[in-house]
Ligand binder design. Sequence first.
Ligand code: HEC
Length: 660
Amino acid sequence: MVLLVALGIAALAPVTQEPPTFTRDVASILFEHCVSCHREGGIGPFSLETYAGARERAGLMAAKTRARTMPPWLPDPGTEPFVGERRLPDEAIETLRWWADGGAPEGDPVALPAVPRFLSGWQLGEPDLVVTMSEPYVVPESGRDVFRSFVVPVPTEHDRFVEAMEFRPGNHEVVHHAVVLVDAVRSARHLDALDPGPGWAGMQAGLAESPDGHFLGWTPGKTSLEVPEGMTWRLPRGSDLVLQLHLLPRPDAAPVQVQVGFHFGEAPTRTSTRLRLGAKAMDIRAGEARYRIRDAYRLPVDVELVGLYPHAHYLGKEMRAWAEFEDGRRHPLLHIPDWDFNWQAEYRFARPVSLPAGAALAMEFSYDNSAANPRNPHDPPRRVLYGPESSDEMGDLWVQLVPKREADLAALKLDFARKETAARLTGYRFKLDRNPEDEKALFSLAGMLAALGEREVAIRHLEEAVRVRPDFALALSDLGRLHFLNGDVERAVGFFDRAIAASPAPPQAHHNLGTVRLAQRNPEDAEAHFRRALAEWPEFAEAHYGLGEALEARGESNDALRHYRRAASVKPDFALAHFRLGNLLAKEGGEEASISHYEAAIAAAPGFVPARFNRAAVLARQGKTDEAALALEQLLELEPDHREARELLSQIDLRTPRRR
Ligand code: HEC
């Protein structure tokens, strides 16, 4: 004990005497905190690996570190600690200042610590799978920062669980940061096809998502993205990655060709999810210096917070997030005093933060749309609305969390979905108030209203969208779908044909027309449409299911089985696909397998009575009368008037009277 204390004092003592030197005091600070970016071939505008490089900028370094603009790290201390904090200790800032004031002396070369080597190989050992951008991308020589997205297919034979992901930018000089999303249905490929050159401009991502609530972000100096203990994420078979890159223009830059390495592990023992707080309706008038948004969400179950991902564009200024307990106590989670879009990142708590059911998550962001905001993209300032482009604004706080009890996950997701639905409805209505001819908002609002059962209003919105843009294929396809649900097959087919005539034809339209043709007992035509939908989206679970039905109708059971299986493997909770699999297998003598598919169907949809009945019937056929009877009793609790179930139950009771 005594010895340790004495050493501690000894280690601090000498600095207080003579002015610091580069080799003894400064180099170790720069090597630890700066050279991951400020090195030959790094994204920093100069190298700080050598004395010469550092001496030239001694004053600037002192100023930037004092102002805490370097190293770039947005959160203030005083909340929960985060993994990989890039905050400089006060002593280091003081050392840099004193060194600059003292004329930036070099000192004894012998004292120089080793310059860190940035390993060119994989940091976590050879990955299980490596994928690479199919084409290199060359950044422009000059101009504004580039935001560009790329699809990278992941050739996997079955679903995998990812324990760690390594990101290698291919050119450290120009990749400022990256966000990685997973596109299980390959929905983003058409964005690539629409844009000449590798990838596409902007951050559109189709249906790609952050997997199981994990944020997969990369910034220089961070090599691997490892999941917290037991929280691997599912990489569905045949997924694409969508890489959203923030790139810096440089003359003569080497091409960017990102590589991603995966390390696979076991299925997760805990599944995380993510919630979004924030606003979808924003209207910031020109000159407004303190526009604010606030939001809160009361947790329905006990949770542990894993991390936060705040998001705003260039007008974002100050961000706060906190937890609020039922007794009114507040616990700060994040404070960013001066938001900078260019240095956005996700923040993972060093230790998960436990919150009980009843506590609320809350956030407040402020925005500066005045000319005094040096990052304002408009000069002079202009009215700015909510929107995805970086000249629009956004205000999201994504929260990654796990329920304390795995069994609470579904309840949490359902509860949150209600809040999210309300927020999205408000957002679309807000947009339409400002521009009634915003066809995308009309389309999206219609989709939500249709899902909420308001089919007629949805149809009116879609008709309006199609009036504004007559070749809006997705809106045409949805109009067809809603008319079909209304029983108006002829009109439905008319809209599907129009959707298919538009270019590119959306796979949904082929899928929907296939469904109509099935209902019209035309499996040949149906098959052709499902196949065209699948040619576009190979992992389109509903189209596999439809193709299975078409093939089954044509007596091709083996092929049908294959497509039902594909549907159920792409979407493990696809109850109908499991049901059909169960039926086909039962017919061909695969009784055990059929029962397990019926059980999967029931697990996904507990009220799915036909699956319950067929399971009971197969059990009875196998002579498992007790199990069959129990299954039938459970079914009758759900649907007391189910005649066949009553009959089967009484037959079982006649044959083998049971004791109750
Ligand atoms: C994560 C990457 C990264 C780290 C770590 C980093 N920098 Fe920087 N630095 C940059 C980039 C990029 C720029 C260019 C300006 C910008 O984008 O903010 C920059 C700019 C600077 C500038 C010039 C600012 C100006 O206005 O001309 C100084 C000085 C500087 N950094 C010093 C440091 C010091 C000292 C450290 C370590 C204590 C450090 N940086 C750590 C990326 C980094």
